[in-house]
Write a protein that binds this ligand. Structure first.
Ligand code: NAP
Length: 247
């Protein structure tokens, strides 16, 4: 993979899968823009860790659901580096509840954070990447967007929407050499899945052919592949990283 001279924006990169994506992409030569929303100390520490390992990184604060802030963020990146080469739509939340008890606001806030933010980012990325006739976007969707999950009608709608939206972006971006793909992680060990009880985690793990939760770094390697020139003929695709749970 040759990423020399290129940069990438990773949303929600202060912790979890986003932080691992930032680290892995930095080791492959990309300058990484670490987006954070609420915890500057964690984002700063990640930047320091990447730089100490010889990589290039910068932090950038915005709420990915706030269109004005997001666009200002992309403008800052372009003013600094002259381009945005790659984008990873990673920022995401859950707010689980059985559908019969879910309030409309609880549905909307998850869809806004996961899907609307990916729309804003993908649209702005397509604008700037089109001018260079070069770029790639990877959206972190979820196995739940492929198979559904009780208690997650909001999350599954947002993630299924990301998969469909990415295919449409892929069709619009192809003539400008801008590729759009998704990665759909299964159960990955992060704060998001730590919230599950040990019993629920054990039950999920029993059904995973590889018999364990995945590591964030395993998602990050799939992202690196899809962004890279090794995937130059792949667009509109969804790469499952789920230990075989959904084939
Ligand atoms: P996590 O540990 O909860 O981290 C989520 C990250 O997203 C945090 O850095 C958070 O920032 C950020 N974020 C949330 N809302 C944001 C917003 N409006 N603007 C900017 N940043 C925002 O979650 P994770 O497990 O790493 O998940 C990362 C992505 O992978 C999500 O899209 C998730 O849906 C997806 N995924 C995860 C799993 C899994 O098993 N863990 C499986 C499938 C898909 P703050 O620190 O400010 O909250």
């Amino acid at each position: 993979m040759n990423f020399t001279g290129k940069n990438v924006l990773v949303t929600g990169a202060s912790r979890g899968i986003g932080a691992q994506i930032a680290k892995v992409l930095a080791t492959k030569g990309l300058k990484v823009w670490i987006n954070y929303r609420s915890k500057p100390e964690i984002a700063d520490a990640l930047q320091a860790e990447i730089e100490a390992a010889g990589g290039k990184a910068a932090v950038i604060k915005f709420d990915a659901t706030d269109e004005d802030e997001y666009i200002k963020g992309i403008n800052l990146i372009i003013d600094t580096d002259g381009e945005l080469s790659y984008l990873v739509n990673n920022a995401g939340i859950t707010n689980d509840k059985l559908a019969l008890r879910m309030k409309t606001d609880e549905f909307k806030s998850v869809v806004d954070t996961n899907l609307l933010s990916a729309f804003i980012g993908s649209r702005e990325a397509l604008k700037v990447m089109s001018k260079k006739r070069f770029g790639a976007v990877v959206s972190i969707a979820s196995i739940v967007g492929e198979m559904g999950n009780a208690g997650q009608v909001n999350y599954s709608a947002s993630k299924g929407g990301m998969i469909a939206m990415s295919k449409s972006f892929a069709k619009e971006g192809a003539s400008r050499n801008v590729r759009f793909n998704c990665v759909t992680p299964g159960f990955i060990a992060t704060d998001m899945t730590d919230a599950l009880s040990d019993e629920v985690k054990a039950n999920y793990a029993k059904n995973i052919p590889l018999a364990r939760f995945g590591e964030a770094s395993e998602v990050a390697e799939a992202v690196a592949f899809l962004l890279s020139d090794s995937a130059s003929y792949i667009t509109g695709e969804t790469l499952k990283v789920n230990g075989g749970l959904y084939m």
